[in-house]
Design a protein around this ligand. Structure first.
Ligand SMILES: [Fe+2]
Length: 245
C-alpha cells in the first residue's frame, strides 16, 4: 500500500471542459491522498493489513477488528472508489461503447438511452454525498448508489457486486466546475468515460462469476489471522517472525 499522489495517466486539464483542472488537482492531491493517508494511519497497529489489497479489506469489513472498521469503511472505501473513478476516465471527448456491452445494456434497461436516464436519475437522487454505480451482481446488472464512501463490494451494500462504472457524487468532484448543478456534472460525465475499461471490467466480472468468485473470498488463513487480531489486538508470533525475514 503506497500513497499515490497522481494516479491519472493524463494531465489534470485533459478532461476540460467537462472536468476542470482545478477540480482534478484538488481531487487527486488533496482528497485522494487524504483517504490513503488516513487509511494507513488507521492500520498503524495492524501493519500486516497494509499488505492487503484495499478491495479485499473493504469486502471483509465485518471480520476486521472493531476499532478499525469505521476507518476502513470511510477511507478504504475512499481509496478504492477514487482509484476506480480515475480508471474509467479518458480524455478526447465522447467514446463509443463497445457493441457487445452496448447490446447488454440495451437489453437490460430497454435501450442505451434508458440506461443513461436511469443512471442519471439514480445519481441525481442520491441525497447528500455518495456514489452512483453500474454493478455486476451474481444475477444481473444494476444501477445503484451508495452513501459516503461505501462501495458495492462492502458486505452491507444494498446491491452487492463488482462495480463496473462509478460516479463520484461528492461536491468536491464537481463544485468548482459545475457549482451546485449536479445534473450538469452527470451530463458532462458521459463525455469522459473510458468505455473500453468498463467493458473490460464487465468481461472480467463474467469470468469471476463463472468461477463462483465474483466477490473476494476470505481465505482460511486470513480468516484465522483476523480472528486472532480481533481477540488479541496483534498478529500471532509466527506471523511477526515471518515479517522480519
Ligand atoms: Fe471524490
Amino acid at each position: 500500500m503506497r500513497i499515490a499522489e497522481y494516479p491519472l495517466p493524463f494531465a489534470e486539464d485533459a478532461l476540460e471542459p467537462f472536468m476542470d483542472a482545478r477540480t482534478l488537482f484538488q481531487h487527486n492531491r488533496k482528497f485522494f491522498v487524504g483517504y490513503q493517508t488516513q487509511l494507513q494511519a488507521a492500520l498503524n497497529h495492524f501493519p500486516i493489513l497494509r499488505e492487503w489489497p484495499e478491495e479485499y479489506l473493504i469486502a471483509h469489513i465485518r471480520a476486521l477488528p472493531g476499532g478499525i472498521r469505521r476507518a476502513v469503511r470511510n477511507n478504504g472505501g475512499g481509496v478504492v472508489n477514487h482509484r476506480h473513478f480515475y480508471s474509467v476516465l479518458r480524455p478526447g471527448g465522447p467514446h463509443p461503447i463497445p457493441q457487445p456491452l452496448a447490446d447488454v445494456l440495451a437489453h437490460r434497461f430497454g435501450s442505451l438511452m434508458r440506461f443513461k436516464e436511469e443512471f442519471a436519475s439514480v445519481a441525481a437522487g442520491r441525497f447528500g454525498v455518495g456514489w452512483c454505480w453500474l454493478i455486476l451482481t451474481e444475477e444481473e446488472i444494476y444501477v445503484g448508489s451508495t452513501i459516503n464512501q461505501d462501495n458495492p463490494l462492502m458486505p452491507h451494500a444494498d446491491i452487492r457486486g463488482v462495480p463496473l462504472l462509478g460516479l463520484d457524487l461528492w461536491e468536491h468532484a464537481y463544485f468548482l466546475c459545475h457549482e451546485n448543478r449536479r445534473p450538469s456534472y452527470i451530463q458532462a460525465f458521459w463525455n469522459v468515460i473510458d468505455w473500453d475499461v468498463v467493458y473490460a471490467r464487465y468481461l472480467h466480472g463474467l469470468e469471476l462469476r463463472a468461477q463462483h468468485a465474483l466477490l473476494p473470498v476470505l481465505t482460511e488463513a486470513d480468516s484465522q489471522l483476523l480472528e486472532h487480531l480481533r481477540k488479541h489486538g496483534s498478529v500471532p508470533e509466527a506471523e511477526q517472525e515471518g515479517e522480519d525475514t
